[in-house]
Design a protein around this ligand. Structure first.
Ligand SMILES: [Zn+2]
Length: 94
């Protein structure tokens, strides 16, 4: 391996891409970071995500969806201390 200073590839806008954070269209640029990873960045809100992160997120979402479908992890019981009904405004103890 020899040290080689590769010219930085220009940033390109990806047409028709919606930012997952601010939901704006055509604000997403794609470029490669120093590690050579493909990165997309929203110029409107500053959202940055590598493709690797995106894939992780996608698989996490898929796993979450599968869990919901099978019914595991479903929360049907209220947390301890969580009152289903609470009257606000009668807090008169001072
Ligand atoms: Zn954005």
């Amino acid at each position: 391996m020899t040290e080689y200073q590769a010219p930085k590839p220009p940033r390109r806008f990806i047409a028709g891409t919606v930012c997952p954070k601010c939901s704006k269209m055509d604000t997403t640029q794609m470029y490669q970071n120093d590690s050579g990873d493909d990165v997309r960045e929203c110029v409107a809100c500053g959202f940055v995500q590598t493709f690797a992160q995106q894939e992780l997120e996608d698989s996490a979402k898929a796993a979450e969806l599968a869990t919901r479908v099978s019914g595991l992890g479903e929360k049907t019981v209220l947390d301890e201390g969580e009152k289903p009904l609470r009257i606000i405004g009668l807090d008169d103890d001072h």
